[in-house]
Design a protein around this ligand. Structure first.
Ligand code: GAP
Length: 462
């Protein structure tokens, strides 16, 4: 087997995702719905496995972090207090010729001019004016734009507005999941017997009116976040910030990401809630981009919610009787971005006797299917029933797939493409010697294993 120089171009990943049922464009039969995607049968398994790993790292393996699942809808006051109604925006410009809307900072960056979405309107328009001739509309190529203006990213809903009078302010779909954690901080403190330092972890959907939709599932308007907020004593910020940076870096190594494809990016220009912000970036096919943010949020969030709600959100230290507003260190990762990073990392093309094998080298814990079970021939009922018997046993412990369709080579290729670590074939010898062939995805080596030993074999390897 010869290793081919792998071109992890985004198009190949997108094609694999569609072909094998990982990701579909939303509402495809109606020509799609921009920047929204659906996870298909293998995609939902992979996404669930990523979430399971995160949840385990954040809750099961920690005795200082508890879980939460807050609702997507919250009081409109939450988004006023959090600063999102006023300050959660990206700079937008419109092409005067074709009316396509673009993110101004992205247009400038693509033209090699430094810009940042957190710049004020004046700052970014000043840079825009100086570089106008370099910027072309990505849709029509014209160079005639409206001045940049801040465009709020919160997605409004009409929830509760049907009576016309009982909710005056607009209600929003949440723009980040962590607000559900802040507004429940006191409930958790009073019920879960936690003491500072402690964390609250949550996985859930977030929604943003992203101006431009590009790069597949990297930037979508509906996405899932895995967020953990760690509540600490003021002054301990640096210690815990450094600890969480390290823990989050290690998490990605644990998902099989090569450290050469990761790097830290420090934000010089900070978003309104942050005192310090670093991103873990992954080398996607379109360059290094943010995978996760680790933010020191200080006392910003609890102070704001205390001010707007009128509730005392201070913490009384039972040991010292000291009262203070806890500071927060946040780790915030996207399920979709982790999913894409894991796919890019695992995607390999290998040259095999004149043909190309596409294989997803996912860690077994992430693989959508752990074991595929094949009867050699589908029209031999004794092979099929033996294979079913084995499948029915293994499925109690592992996510397995039964496949009796097509020749064995084709079945192997299909499982390689979805990252299945082991395939198991039941043939005529199985009926006499109770052995099956187990084929390893990465080495493609096959070995005969006694049926009675299969569970131990897989337990050691999966
Ligand atoms: N609570 C902090 C927060 O939301 P963020 O940097 O805006 O911070 C955190 O988002 C993470 O959420 C990002 O690192 C990314 O993984 C994911 N994310 C943000 N916007 C996204 C989008 N439009 N599509 C997909 N994932 C997104």
């Amino acid at each position: 087997m010869k290793k081919k120089e792998t071109d992890n171009s985004l198009d190949k990943i997108i094609s694999l995702c569609k072909r094998r049922g990982f990701v579909f464009p939303s509402s495809e039969i109606y020509d799609g719905f921009a920047a929204v995607y659906d996870f298909g049968p293998y995609g939902v398994e992979l996404a669930n496995n990523i979430k399971k790993e995160w949840w385990k790292a954040m809750t099961q393996l920690r005795d200082d972090i508890v879980g939460l699942d807050a609702a997507i809808f919250m009081s409109p006051k939450v988004w006023e207090a959090s600063g999102h109604v006023k300050g959660f925006s990206d700079p937008l410009t419109e092409c005067r010729k074709c009316h396509a809307r673009s993110r101004l900072d992205a247009l400038l960056e693509e033209a090699g001019v430094f810009a940042d979405e957190k710049m004020t309107e004046e700052e970014i328009n000043h840079i825009f004016d100086k570089n106008k001739e370099k910027i072309k509309c990505p849709a029509c190529g014209a160079s005639d734009f409206t001045p940049g203006r801040k465009f709020n990213l919160l997605v409004q809903s009409n929830l509760g507005n049907f009576t016309g009078d009982w909710i005056k302010e607009p209600t929003y779909l949440r723009g980040e999941t962590c607000q559900g954690i802040y507004v429940n901080y006191k409930n958790v403190l009073d019920s879960a017997r936690v003491r500072i330092p402690f964390g609250i972890a949550q996985i859930g959907k977030a929604f943003r009116n992203e101006i431009t939709a590009r790069q597949f599932i990297f930037r979508t308007r509906e996405f899932e976040q895995m967020e953990m907020q760690y509540f600490i004593k003021p002054g301990d910020d640096k210690k815990y910030y450094d600890e969480w940076k390290e823990a989050r870096w290690q998490f990605y190594l644990g998902l099989g990401i090569n450290p050469d494809n990761l790097k830290w990016h420090k934000h010089e220009n900070l978003v309104f809630y942050a005192k310090e912000a670093y991103d873990i970036e992954y080398r996607y096919p379109f360059g290094f981009r943010e995978l996760e943010g680790v933010h020191a949020r200080g006392d910003y969030d609890l102070t704001q919610h205390s001010k707007y709600s009128g509730q005392d959100l201070n913490y009384l230290d039972p040991a010292t009787n000291e009262k203070f507003t806890p500071h927060i260190v946040e780790t915030s990762a996207g399920v979709g971005r982790t999913f894409l990073a894991v796919l890019c990392e695992g995607y390999k093309e290998e040259e095999l006797e004149g043909e190309t094998r596409v294989v997803l080298k996912l860690l077994p814990k992430l693989a959508p299917i752990k074991i595929a079970v094949f009867p050699l021939l589908k029209n031999k009922s004794e092979l099929v029933s033996k294979a079913r018997e084995i499948f029915d046993k293994l499925k109690l412990t592992w996510r397995c797939e039964f496949d009796d369709n097509g020749n064995i080579g084709k079945r192997y290729r299909r499982q390689d493409e979805i990252g299945t670590p082991y395939c198991l074939t039941i043939d005529f010898d199985t009926l006499t010697n109770s052995e099956v062939t187990v084929r390893n995805r990465d080495t493609m080596q096959q070995e005969r294993i006694k049926i009675i030993d299969l569970e131990n074999f897989f337990r050691e390897r999966l």
